[in-house]
Design a protein around this ligand. Structure first.
Ligand code: PLP
Length: 429
């Protein structure tokens, strides 16, 4: 049945719509941290959909909220007052830490970033944007145009002039000789040099930990150091928290907090986990920036009641059950366990990340050369034993990505780590 579906999929959908696995899975249902395929096989989901299942699959609290909302009204548009949208905006504005915050809901991370770019360029009257090497910000024309990851930039054309900044790296490999402070200083010098040769950019957009880029973790403080330079030039800082928000990184509610304890970004974008699979994205900015547009601008499906009901129930569950704390505790155990494995398997270059956002970088043993074949082989081997993982990295997707729902238990972390260890040992000796 799945085979037939694959043929039909290939006949009508684009070739570039990437599918995982040689024999792609058809997921039919889920519960907690597990999903099942059409043949009844059960998998531990270490990728949380695609970082979309933030709390758990089929969480009864969300199912109830969504079905009750569906029985009342699904969507009435933002032309009318919408109570769940106001409530979710109030909670996100408060959590963002941005003073006098305004929230605009979109339907995806791409649309959120596009909106952030429109706000920043309008506010600063500049269509030049600074972005990080190896970054990913979505698939609209502008979001692709500022995406530094060549594996995810189908066109080199862009409506924006983009300048790429050092600091987004596949691993610290090429910079391995530099300690954190020297690494940051080198990146700051690069930024200053760039700014000496251009008219003032509107903003720097960056993921605090790069997601699609393979969960690369810059040293804490990198963005704080960048920010000093940005502030001197009046350049806005847009934190793309599409993957790093909502406590996923364990130590912090937002990814930027690992870098800059002095204050929130000028603009913050979010998506993925907040809807637990329902399509919610959005932008938070202080009123002065958000209100710089002086034409009407709506997103037809942004803020729709059904998605807002899911977001409210999801966020309530996350906060009441301290899933950020859980991500810190369980993620801490998991990274220790995986680092112990890495020390024994030569092809594992690095285990990095924080909380429940962990990357395992694979290289050809004895070298620093990315090994995408190994990553694919480990992905297949883990699947055969009932574990789903993600992949990421630059053009060579040589990193395994681990981002389970934030309610992952210690027993499940242990089970997943044991399968991953076996898959690594049997695949890349
Ligand atoms: N920004 C980041 C950091 C992402 O990881 C993604 C998607 O993976 C996006 C933006 C785009 O989000 P979406 O796919 O919801 O448009």
């Amino acid at each position: 049945m799945t085979e037939d579906l694959l043929g039909r999929h290939r006949a009508v959908l684009p070739d570039w719509l990437a599918l995982y696995y040689e024999d792609p899975l058809e997921i039919t249902h889920g519960e907690g941290r597990h999903v099942w395929d059409a043949e009844g096989n059960k998998y531990l989901d270490f990728f949380g959909g695609i970082l979309t299942t933030m709390t758990a699959h089929a969480l009864p609290e969300i199912t109830k909220a969504v079905s009750e909302q569906a029985g009342r009204i699904v969507h009435s548009s933002t032309l009318y007052l919408n109570r769940p949208m106001v409530e979710l905006a109030e909670r996100i504005a408060q959590l963002s830490g941005i003073p006098d915050a305004r929230v605009f809901f979109t339907t995806s991370g791409t649309e959120a970033n596009d909106t952030a770019l429109m706000l920043a360029t309008t506010y600063r009257r500049s269509n030049t944007i600074l972005a990080m090497r190896n970054s990913y910000h979505g698939r609209s024309f502008s979001a692709v145009g500022i995406t530094g990851n060549r594996g995810w930039s189908p066109t080199s054309l862009s409506p924006l002039q983009t300048l790429y900044v050092h600091g987004g790296v596949r691993t610290r490999g090429p910079y391995a000789s530099l300690g954190d402070d020297d690494f940051i200083a080198a990146c700051v010098d690069d930024l200053k040099d760039l700014l000496g040769h251009t008219r003032p950019p509107a903003a720097l957009i960056a993921e605090p930990i790069q997601g699609v880029g393979g969960f690369t973790s810059p040293p804490d403080g990198l963005y704080a150091a960048f920010r000093e330079v940005l502030d001197e030039h009046g350049i806005l800082w847009i934190a793309d928290e599409v993957q790093t928000g909502w406590g996923r990184t364990g130590d912090h509610f937002w990814g930027w907090q690992a870098h800059d304890r002095s204050g929130p970004p000028d603009i913050l974008t979010f998506a993925k986990g907040i809807g637990n699979g329902m399509s919610i994205g959005g932008v938070v900015a202080r009123a002065e920036i958000m209100n710089c547009l002086d034409a009407n601008s709506i997103s037809t499906f942004g803020g729709t009641q059904i998605t807002m009901a899911a977001g409210l129930a999801n966020l309530t569950y996350l906060l009441e059950h301290d899933l950020q704390g859980n991500a810190r505790r369980v993620g801490g155990l998991l990274i220790e366990r995986l680092r112990a494995v890495a020390a024994q398997v030569p092809g594992v270059r690095e285990v990095r990340g924080r909380g429940l956002m962990l990357g395992v970088e694979l290289v050809k043993p004895g070298t620093d050369e990315a090994d995408p074949q190994a990553a694919s082989a480990v992905l297949e081997a883990a699947r055969a034993e009932g574990l789903l993982l993600g992949k990421g990295g630059g053009h060579n997707t040589s990193a395994l990505r681990i981002a389970p729902p934030l309610s992952l238990t210690v027993a499940e972390a242990e089970e997943g780590a044991a399968i991953l260890e076996h898959a690594l040992r049997s695949t890349i000796q």
